[in-house]
Ligand binder design. Structure first.
Ligand SMILES: Cc1ncc(COP(=O)(O)O)c(C=O)c1O
Length: 419
C-alpha cells in the first residue's frame, strides 16, 4: 500500500484536543482544568446576527480575504486598541488562530528555515513547524525568569537560518505577561535582525493589569513591516467552536494568506463571519467582565497553593492558565507507585482525585502541569482542594528524584528541533 507523506506519518494528534476528548468520554465527574475554553457565551446579538445571515441566505462562497463587514469590524476592534495604522489590505480572515498560524508557516517559510519559539509554549507551534518542514530553535525560559524570553537569550538564538520569532503575550501555558519595558528590550534586539515577528495575541484582552496588554506594534512601530498580529474570536468571546480568526499584517502577507485561503478553505463561512463581526463590534463589556472573573480564579489557586511546598508558581499576568512547577513531587510514592513525571502526576490526579490537568511536557516543560482556570469558581476551589489532598497523601522517599530540567544557570538552555 502507498504510504502517508513523511511529515504526516509521525505527527501526533493535538495532545490537548486528545486529552479533552478522553475527559469528555468519561462517565465520572471531573474538575476539568484541561482545555482552554472560556466559560462564557456571547450575548444574544451575536446569535441573532448569525440567524439573520441564515435567513438572508448567506450560504454562497464568500471572499477569500474575509467578508467586508468582518474586516471592517476587525479594523474597528484594532482602532479601539489604539492600532489605527491598518486598512483592509492588511487583513485576512481564517478558520481560527490555529488555522491562520498554519497558513503563515506555509506562506512565510521554506523547508529548512528555522523559527525561534520560546518555551514553555503552546504545543501546536511545534506541530505546525513539523508539518511545514521548518526547524525550531527553542530557548527554555524557566520559572526563575518568569517564563519570559530576555533580550540576551533572544540575541543568542537569532542568526543563522532563523527567519522568524513567535511571541505569545500573554502566554499559554504560563500566563506570563511581557511589560512595555520587556517588549522594548526585545524590540531593541529585533531591530538588529531581519526576521518576521509573529505576535500571537489570542489572549490579549485577558490581562490583570489596569493598562491594556502591551504590544510591539505600540512600542516599536518601526518594526511594523515585519510584525504579523494574530487574533481569534475563540477566547475573546467564548466562541471556540465557530472557528474564526483574523490577522493584521503587511499587505503582501495578508494577500498571500488570502490566496492560500482561495486554494484551500475558499472562505470563512459567511454565517460565521456575520457572528464574528457582531462580536467584534458594539459593547465589549461581556468579554471584558470575564477578565475580573479570571483574576479571582487565579487568586483562588495561588492562595491555595501557597500552603503547598511541593508547588512553585509564577504569578500569571494574564490569559487563564496557571503553570505550577511540580518537580518537587518527583520520586514520591502513592499507593505503592512512584510519581516520577508530570504525566504520572496528571494520571494520579485524574484517576484518584477527579482532576484533569495537562502534563507540562506538551508545552516543552516536563517539570510542570497546566491548569486552565476558565471554569466556574466553585469548580476551581474544589479542584484546588483535591490537588492539595493529593499532595498531602504523597509519601516522601529517601533520595527522591528532583527536577528533570537543568538548574537555572546564567545561560538559558536551547533546544533545536529539526523537522
Ligand atoms: C496560544 C494560542 N494560540 C492560538 C490558539 C488558537 O485558537 P483558535 O484556533 O481557537 O483561534 C490557541 C488555542 O488554544 C492558543 O492557546
Amino acid at each position: 500500500m502507498p504510504d502517508l507523506a513523511n511529515a504526516h506519518r509521525n505527527t501526533p494528534f493535538c495532545p490537548i484536543l486528545e486529552l479533552a476528548g478522553r475527559i469528555q468520554a468519561r462517565d465520572r465527574p471531573v474538575v476539568d482544568f484541561s482545555i482552554g475554553v472560556p466559560n462564557f457565551t456571547p450575548p444574544q446579538r451575536v446569535y441573532d446576527a448569525a440567524i439573520a445571515a441564515v435567513h438572508a441566505d448567506q450560504c454562497r462562497y464568500g471572499p477569500s480575504r474575509g467578508e467586508a463587514g468582518l474586516i471592517a469590524a476587525y479594523l474597528h476592534y484594532l482602532t479601539q486598541l489604539g492600532l489605527d495604522r491598518f486598512g483592509p489590505e492588511n487583513i485576512a480572515a481564517g478558520q481560527g488562530g490555529k488555522h491562520l498560524l498554519y497558513s503563515l508557516f506555509q506562506v512565510l517559510f521554506e523547508p529548512g528555515d528555522t523559527v525561534v519559539i520560546p518555551a514553555p509554549c503552546w504545543p501546536t507551534y511545534f506541530d505546525i513547524a513539523r508539518l511545514s518542514g521548518v526547524a525550531v530553535r527553542t530557548p527554555y525560559c524557566g520559572l526563575h525568569q518568569g517564563y519570559k524570553l530576555d533580550p540576551a537569550t533572544l540575541e543568542a538564538v537569532l542568526g543563522g537560518q532563523v527567519v522568524a520569532l513567535v511571541l505569545n503575550n500573554p502566554s499559554n501555558p504560563t500566563g506570563a505577561l511581557y511589560s512595555m519595558a520587556e517588549l522594548a528590550a526585545l524590540a531593541e534586539v529585533l531591530r538588529r535582525h531581519d526576521v518576521w515577528i509573529i505576535s500571537d495575541d489570542v489572549y490579549q484582552r485577558f490581562v490583570y493589569t489596569d493598562d491594556p496588554c502591551p504590544h510591539l506594534l505600540d512600542i516599536a512601530p518601526d518594526l511594523a513591516p515585519r510584525i504579523i498580529k494574530v487574533d481569534s474570536i475563540s477566547k475573546l468571546y467564548g466562541m471556540p467552536g465557530w472557528r474564526a480568526g483574523l490577522l493584521a499584517a503587511p499587505p503582501e502577507v495578508a494577500d498571500a494568506v488570502a490566496t492560500l485561503n482561495s486554494n484551500s478553505i475558499s472562505n470563512m463561512p459567511p454565517v460565521v463571519a456575520a457572528a464574528a463581526a457582531e462580536a467584534l463590534c458594539g459593547d465589549q463589556g461581556f468579554s471584558q467582565r470575564m477578565t475580573s472573573g479570571y483574576r479571582a480564579r487565579r487568586d483562588i489557586l495561588l492562595t491555595a497553593f501557597d500552603s503547598a511546598p511541593q508547588i512553585r508558581c509564577a504569578r500569571p499576568g494574564g490569559a487563564f492558565y496557571l503553570f505550577p512547577d511540580i518537580s518537587r513531587v518527583f520520586g514520591s510514592m502513592h499507593g505503592g507507585k512512584m510519581i516520577s513525571t508530570d504525566q504520572d502526576l496528571c494520571n494520579l490526579l485524574l484517576e484518584e482525585y477527579g482532576v484533569a490537568a495537562v502534563p507540562g511536557r506538551h508545552f516543552g516543560a516536563p517539570d510542570n502541569i497546566r491548569l486552565s482556570y476558565a471554569i466556574d469558581a466553585d469548580q476551581v476551589r474544589q479542584g484546588a482542594r483535591q490537588i492539595l489532598r493529593c499532595l498531602a497523601e504523597l509519601e516522601e522517599t529517601p533520595g527522591k528524584r528532583q527536577s528533570s530540567q537543568p538548574l537555572p544557570t546564567a545561560q538559558t538552555p536551547v533546544m533545536e528541533v529539526v523537522s
